[in-house]
Design a protein around this ligand. Structure first.
Ligand SMILES: Nc1ncnc2c1ncn2[C@@H]1O[C@H](COP(=O)(O)OP(=O)(O)OP(=O)(O)O)[C@@H](O)[C@H]1O
Ligand SMILES: [Mg+2]
Length: 182
């Protein structure tokens, strides 16, 4: 049984996971790393480019005791009975675009990923599959350490519920075109 950190690319999963793993002395299982080492990644790191069924089988063989699993593919390769809690990190799509520019993502890839965060695709899939084991934490406009504290609190059973609705925010800013039109 494992703790899982997931979310759209660039929300801060690895940054937060590294700190949590140190604090709680957990071993990190990195889904992307396993996929790469197993030769399951195609050119792009998109969900459709990975055989999630094969990847799920490989992860099933791992010893998940005292581990923290990290990766945006988590909801597609894990089953509810394998995990204790799954935390979806969320991040303001405007901040994500800034991060993607630093990573030199193409405009298309930036919009695809930010658009996915606006629609809450991973959050939706996680809540649907893991229900009471699923928690959302906003990693925008706060320091890394503040988010680490919130994640620790959630792991220990003191989750602070927040409503996250980027779609409403972007619509009110009249910015839908910025994210959803080429
Ligand atoms: N709370 C924060 N405040 C400021 N910067 C942050 C915060 N959290 C993360 N970052 C920065 O955002 C960037 C993306 O973080 P990170 O690489 O951890 O994301 P990720 O979710 O693991 O991405 P990927 O899915 O591509 O692996 C990094 O440069 C990181 O330093
Ligand atoms: Mg990462």
């Amino acid at each position: 049984m494992s703790i899982v950190i997931t979310g759209t690319p660039g929300v801060g999963k690895h940054t937060i996971t590294n700190k949590i793993a140190k604090k709680l002395e957990l071993e990190i299982i990195d889904i992307n790393k396993i996929a790469k080492e197993s030769g399951l990644f195609e050119e792009n790191q998109n969900i459709k480019d990975v055989d999630t069924e094969k990847l799920g089988k490989i992860i099933k063989k791992e010893n998940l005791e005292n581990t923290i699993i990290v990766g945006h593919l988590a909801p597609y390769v894990l089953k509810k009975n394998q995990i204790k809690k799954i935390i979806v990190l969320r991040r303001n799509p405007y901040d994500l675009i800034t991060s993607y520019k630093q990573r030199q993502y193409t405009d298309k890839k930036s919009k695809e990923n930010a658009g996915s965060e606006i629609l809450g695709v991973i959050a939706h899939d996680v809540i649907k599959q893991f229900s009471e084991k699923a928690f959302q934490i906003d990693n925008s406009e706060k320091s890394i350490n503040e988010t680490v504290k919130e994640v620790l609190d959630t792991i220990l059973g003191n989750h602070k519920d927040v409503e996250i609705d980027w779609l409403n925010m972007v619509t009110e800013n009249d910015d839908l075109k910025k994210f959803f039109v080429d």
